[in-house]
Design a binder for this molecule. Structure first.
Ligand SMILES: [Zn+2]
Length: 255
């Protein structure tokens, strides 16, 4: 049976007989691994569709045990991502993130649309593309069912208006915002992980959640906000999704 799917390439590796295994994120079938004998280095239309940061349409033969890409054509190439180190690093972290959070053959159409928006914005952004990556990750948390609690203290349910002196803490271990009283108690536990940002963490997360990705093409976060958002998201995704693409690329940041 031949199936047709829109998708982006997550990863590929060489397999036997001059073939390669391509891992795609498809709109219709979710993550899909398919073999192919199309040579990436050739100048054929199908080869172009196997390059990184390309949105393409694939004709895939579904055999009894495996998938095989017969042909492909490019819908859109976000080639400008490869021309800039900052864009390239953040788009690569995004691909690694998708590869880790997606389950094989479980469709995730909303996450797919969000991914296309992300690629489009990264290829066009004027300022640092890390804000786009943070926005993408925050938005993806809800789609993946692990959104942080921002409406009330994760421990006692108190609304943030009643937190007292106004500052808001974020408990990675608790999965959302936490009031000062509960934070004091939780800090005694060995695996607690509580942040007390100098900015309003609720507003920052809500801003990321509510605005379209395109909004962040021109947004540069203040350095202190940026590094704390990065740290919190890094710990949070590690804890709830078992993936941490932000920590691994941190070494390349200019300090
Ligand atoms: Zn509380």
């Amino acid at each position: 049976m031949i199936i047709n799917a829109e998708g982006i390439v997550l990863r590929q590796r060489k397999i036997a007989n001059n073939r390669r295994m391509i891992v795609l994120f498809t709109k219709q079938y979710g993550k899909l691994s398919a073999g192919t004998s199309v040579n990436e280095k050739s100048r054929s239309k199908a080869a172009l569709a196997l390059r990184p940061f390309t949105y393409a349409e694939y004709d895939i033969f579904k055999g009894r045990e495996a998938y095989s890409i017969n042909s492909a054509q490019v819908n859109k190439s976000f080639y400008s991502i490869g021309e800039d180190i900052d864009r390239f690093m953040n788009a690569s972290a995004f691909i690694e993130y998708l590869d880790k959070v997606l389950e094989e053959e479980v469709p995730a159409p909303k996450l797919f649309s969000l991914s296309l928006e992300f690629l489009q914005s990264v290829s066009e952004c004027r300022s640092g593309s890390d804000t786009l990556l943070y926005a993408f990750i925050v938005k993806s948390l809800r789609l993946l069912g692990v959104a942080p609690e921002l409406g009330c203290c994760v421990n006692c349910g108190k609304a943030p208006e009643n937190f007292g002196d106004g500052f808001k803490m974020f408990s990675v271990s608790g999965g959302g915002i936490i009031c000062p009283e509960c934070a004091g108690e939780e800090k005694r536990e060995a695996d607690s992980l509580i942040y007390r940002p100098d900015f309003d963490i609720i507003n920052v997360f809500r801003y990321f959640e509510s605005k379209p990705i395109k909004t962040f093409e021109k947004v540069d976060l203040k350095p202190e906000v940026r590094s704390e958002v990065r740290e919190i998201l890094s710990e949070y995704t590690d804890r709830y999704l078992g993936v941490d693409v932000l920590r691994s690329s941190r070494g390349l940041e200019v300090k």
